[in-house]
Design a protein around this ligand. Structure first.
Ligand code: ADP
Ligand code: MG
Length: 699
């Protein structure tokens, strides 16, 4: 026997079912079946009474006798078979639409059956459709294997006699065959010392037990071992890649701290926070080692990332290089440019702005100056990475709000100079710790986890439509005290028209409460041109308007310190990280700021939780953790299986301790044996999975 034998040869399968297994579940060989993991287990030692079954039970095991079998024709060659199951406490109607002949011939009255399936109530009748059913007397292994594995099946599989119970039987005969064959069929793939250190089951034992555990405890051990393995190899891939890149890819050496940096530092009007200093130190450390930096800086909105970026860019200039900063939108790029110009005034640094709306002649001139090295710092949007933008010597690239830039775009930057530039990615969208560790195992990570002093956390409130008069009178109070407010509407992706309608209705309502000329209102949305947007933003920024009614185009980076209230309409339609981003638009000055989440009355559970989270914390990391937890299992699974994170058992939400453990284990192992000379099996794994890593070179 080998694991690559055709599944048809396995006891209880045969050619007809083998065909269905292959087409429906991708199971061609023994190995495929072994890889087809149960998603649940039914404890057959727990048999429910029918009376105790609840409608929302997912899967129940009951035991009883059959009576009253009936067939009703539902079409030509189609019939519906029903039979009652009675266990002394209540009735279930068992229903079949397909394979009725097979069922009718086998089921007998007055025999005790074990029946498993998902209960449902239909027309006030308790039913189970296409249940798994077998004579109770044949359940002989129940005592030895109380936990029966449940595998995914499709309707077609069920119609071919491949229901839950049948699959469990097939896997059982595979497990039995494997138990009696060469142990090397399922070889170990983790190093001995790691198995010992973490008390892990051998791979073979775990693989057998995950299908047919002897006990709950053995199942837990098997799952732990296999989760560990998944996370271990993920970490190994990332950390090995990271190590290779660090030791092979040459980077510029920015060893010198010069006048630009020092003069700037001296004239900053406030002390840097401890976190800012620490992160700048980490970056300086990276940039002088001679290896290319790939660093992610996470910091909550308002934590002062821009300043950190600017200082690092000045270091590049001090070392004779150019630096650039890319922002996701023109508004933001322009804002950064103005900030930089103001902050660098009189320091002799040449800062320029390149955006898509620059006129051709000006653009041409700018490009020439860039190629000649006259420009020190260039700020821009995507336009910056167009192929025909050439730098004399690009030494550092800062990418603001990383999630808007794809890997592909970043890799273009990589090609912009012979010795690759250092790369700094800034993000205010906090990534939960576990996710960062798994996703960015090969990226260095810095965290600015401290806000500048004197900031009050934004106060957040949840209000309903009927509270609107109070909300608006509060806004009035704030505006009369000289402050400004945002009112944000969700983008309705399916329909730009509805979007605008929503926004215009909103604007009308706002203007009826806040009549002109006493109150001035701006409106910004995605359909305005960059110039129109900039014009409106500028009016608001200069205090000429009091209220900014907008869609989420203002989400990232807009900086108006005088704005003190953020009202988010239909807040239930926003995700947590978006709400957090929006809230970050206020509270940038020294005064108390407010965020008001307006929602409809009846909210779904997850919406309620999102709103509750927002009202109870301003800590971006806590919000990111909650976000991950609140996303449906499907969402997380999608993320986990999205190529980058191929996890089938481990969960980035629930298995954080395991993520840390494997991360440290791999780190220690690579420290002791960087070339994996003593671990040929691990080396082989890396060779095999090389093409799986998508972002090998660049963040
Ligand atoms: P981020 O990009 O992280 O959201 P910014 O860099 O835009 O934050 O900084 C927000 C505001 O805080 C800016 O007005 C900036 O000048 C100011 N700021 C930055 N660092 C400090 C500090 N250490 N002390 C006081 N204010 C600071
Ligand atoms: Mg910023």
């Amino acid at each position: 026997m080998t694991l690559y034998d055709d599944i048809a040869y396995l006891k209880g399968v045969g050619p007809a079912r083998a065909k269905v297994l292959a087409s429906e579940a991708g199971i061609h060989t023994y190995a495929d079946m072994l890889d087809y993991l149960p998603f649940r287990y039914v404890d057959r030692s727990v048999i429910s009474t029918i009376a105790s079954v609840k409608e929302d039970d997912n899967f129940v095991v009951v035991r009883g006798r059959l009576s009253n079998m009936q067939t009703v024709a539902t079409g030509p060659h189609r019939e519906r078979l029903t039979v009652d199951l009675f266990d002394g406490t209540g009735y279930f109607q068992l229903v079949w639409f397909a394979g009725t002949k097979w069922v009718r011939e086998r089921l007998k009255p007055n025999v005790e059956y074990l029946v498993m399936g998902k209960p449902a109530v239909y027309n006030n009748i308790w039913q189970m459709t296409h249940p798994d059913i077998e004579p109770f007397s044949s359940v002989d292994d129940g005592a030895r294997h109380p936990l029966m594995p449940v595998y995914h099946t499709t309707d077609k599989m069920k119609q071919h006699g491949l229901g839950t119970r049948a699959l469990a039987r097939i896997s059982e005969s595979l497990i039995q065959a494997l138990q009696h064959s060469d142990p090397q069929l399922i070889p170990e793939n983790l190093p001995d010392d790691i198995l010992r250190h973490f008390h892990l089951l051998p791979r073979r034992e775990a693989m057998l037990a995950i299908h047919y555990p002897d006990s709950r405890q053995q199942l837990d051990q098997a799952r732990l071992r296999l989760k560990f393995e998944e996370l271990f190899f993920l970490q190994l891939d990332y950390q090995y890649a990271h190590q290779q890149r660090s030791s092979h890819s040459q980077g510029r050496v920015f060893a010198h701290v010069g006048d630009h940096f020092n003069n700037f530092y001296r004239q900053i009007p406030f002390p840097l926070t401890g976190a800012q200093k620490r992160v700048i130190r980490e970056i300086r450390e990276d940039m002088r080692t001679g290896r290319q930096m790939n660093r992610l800086v996470q910091g909550d909105v308002g934590s002062g990332k821009t300043l950190v970026a600017l200082m690092c860019m000045l270091l590049a200039v001090d070392n004779g290089s150019q630096a650039c900063l890319m922002a996701p939108t023109e508004i933001l790029a322009t804002q950064h440019y103005l900030t930089f110009q103001r902050m660098l005034d009189g320091l002799g640094v040449n800062v320029q702005l390149l955006t898509g709306s620059l006129r051709p002649a000006a653009k041409k001139k700018l490009k020439q100056q860039l190629a000649d090295g006259e420009i020190d710092l260039l700020i821009g949007t995507h336009a910056l990475i167009e192929d025909n933008v050439a730098f004399r010597d690009l030494g550092l690239v800062v990418i603001d709000e990383q999630h808007r830039f794809g890997v592909e775009q970043r890799s273009k930057l990589w090609q912009k100079s012979a010795v690759p530039p250092h790369i700094l990615v800034m993000t205010a969208t906090p990534i939960p710790r576990t996710l960062a560790m798994t996703l960015y195992g090969d990226l260095d990570c810095s965290v600015i986890d401290e806000l500048p002093p004197g900031r009050h956390p934004v106060r957040t409130y949840h209000r309903l439509e009927r509270n609107r008069p109070l909300v608006f009178s509060f806004l009035k109070q704030q505006i009369d005290a000289g402050r400004q407010v945002y009112i944000v509407y969700p983008l309705i992706e399916e329909s730009e028209k509805m979007d605008l309608k929503n926004l215009q209705d909103g604007l009308e309502m706002v203007q009826s409460y806040f009549p002109r000329p006493q109150y001035q209102t701006s409106m910004v949305h995605g359909r305005l041109t960059a110039e129109e947007k900039a014009f409106e933003m500028d009016r608001f920024k200069r205090g000429l308007t009091h209220i900014m009614v907008a869609t989420t185009v203002i989400e990232v980076g807009v900086d108006v310190p005088n704005a003190s209230v953020m009202v988010i309409e239909n807040a239930e339609r926003f995700g947590l990280s978006q709400l957090h981003q929006l809230r970050g638009r206020v509270g940038r000055g020294a005064d108390q700021a407010y965020c008001i989440l307006m929602t409809k009355d009846d909210l779904s559970y997850t919406s309620q939780e999102r709103i509750r989270t927002m009202c109870s914390t301003t800590d971006g990391f806590q919000i990111a953790e909650a976000d991950l937890r609140l996303r449906g299992p499907g969402d997380i699974q999608g993320l986990q299986q999205s190529g980058a994170l191929d996890l089938r058992l481990a969960s980035i939400v629930d298995d954080e301790p395991l993520v840390s453990a494997t991360r440290n284990a791999v780190r220690d192992l690579l420290a002791a044996d960087p070339a994996l000379a003593a671990h040929p099996l691990l080396m082989q794994h890396i060779q095999n999975s090389k093409n799986k890593i998508l972002w090998g070179k660049i963040s």
